[in-house]
Design a protein around this ligand. Structure first.
Ligand code: ACO
Length: 317
């Protein structure tokens, strides 16, 4: 049977940086509270940039890094919960067109912060079934468009960005070993964007409850995936979790018995960028040389829906 591999990774963060000091002037908060409770120092904000333009920049770089020609990409999928357009057109169709990929299959998925892991599972299935050869996947979110900047419990947490990769038919032992994606809609109201008539409201979260569920779900999920794959946590080269809160990341890392050096943390600089968070963290590790072809990596995500998922893979061609 064919195997699928994640052959490239890339990301884009908008230029404008919103620091904790700036937030102190906007709401009743402090740098000390934000850093202690979340580990976040700053977040990037797309002022005049659209979600599509961020997705386009990350997607273009992922395509270049894959070494493939435009006409070799036969599918583009974008994960986002903050698209520029309501319902249609999809971000994926817009990006495919702007990248000059021709009339390929292009569609969006909605899985909040678990978006990139969901994308990996969908792209893996498409490639392994033989339906597609090279799938460009993009996780992008512009939470600044749904964040209430007078709500201190939310505005300190989120940032904007995009991350992308290409999933292709594997040509070596480097491939996606296993993915697991799941959901529980019964807890949807704990993290949601309420809709009032025709208007979509600001994101609301019961942070404390989400925190506890996130830690337990994330830990159980990766432990199960490692067991099923017959891989010990000590074999992992890099653990790249969803970047929502440093305390959640540390709790899962410690329960897995992994050293700090093996855990990629970017939440301090970017905050929570939802579907972009995992690929942005992967890109940081790629650009600083920690993530190499053949690295065995474990991804772990949790987000609104609730949705969650994990993936185990050897990166690169
Ligand atoms: N500055 C100062 N004080 C604040 C702030 C702030 N920015 N925000 C809240 N507080 C106050 C609260 O009002 C509360 O005050 P009180 O005790 O007088 O009532 C106190 O701080 C404690 O608030 P908690 O909400 O209990 O703080 P907690 O330690 O739980 O941290 C946080 C909050 C950071 C949101 C945490 O709960 C968290 O990270 N939750 C999970 C987030 C997550 O993983 N989300 C899933 C992915 S996101 C997605 O899918 C889109």
């Amino acid at each position: 049977m064919k195997k699928a591999a994640l052959v490239s990774i890339a990301a884009y963060a908008p230029q404008k940086i919103l620091t904790n000091a700036e937030l102190e002037k906007m709401v009743e908060t402090s740098d000390e509270w934000i850093v202690k409770r979340t580990g976040i120092h700053s977040r990037h904000i797309a002022e005049d940039e659209s979600l599509t333009s961020m997705a386009l920049k990350a997607g273009k770089l992922a395509l270049e890094r894959s070494g493939l020609e435009k006409n070799e990409i036969d599918c583009l999928i974008c994960a986002t919960v903050t698209p520029d357009f309501f319902c249609m057109p999809s971000t994926a169709a817009q990006v495919a067109s702007e990248l000059g990929l021709g009339s390929i299959m292009a569609f969006d998925i909605s899985a909040a912060c678990s978006g990139f892991v969901y994308l990996l599972e969908v792209a893996k299935s498409l490639v392994e079934s033989g339906a597609k050869k090279n799938v460009l996947i993009i996780g992008a979110d512009k939470f600044s468009s749904i964040v209430d900047y007078s709500d201190r419990s939310i505005c300190v947490l989120f940032g904007d960005g995009a991350g992308a990769g290409v999933v292709s038919v594997a040509s070596s032992d480097n491939h996606i070993i296993a993915t697991h994606c799941a959901s529980d809609g019964s807890k949807g109201e704990l993290l949601m964007t309420p809709k009032d008539g025709r208007n979509v409201g600001f994101v609301k979260m019961s942070g404390n409850e989400v925190f506890k569920i996130a830690v337990n779900t994330l830990t159980n999920d990766v432990v199960e995936l490692l067991e099923k794959s017959g891989i010990a946590s000590s074999q992992i080269d890099l653990f790249i979790p969803h970047q929502a809160n440093l305390r959640i990341i540390k709790a899962v890392q410690e329960r897995l018995g992994l050293s700090e050096a093996k855990c990629v943390v970017t939440v301090g600089e970017y905050g929570n960028t939802s579907a972009a968070s995992i690929p942005m963290a992967m890109n940081t590790a790629y650009e600083d040389g920690r993530l190499k072809a053949g690295s065995l990596i474990l991804l772990d995500a949790f987000g609104g829906g609730f949705t969650w998922g994990s993936a185990l893979l050897r990166f690169g061609r």
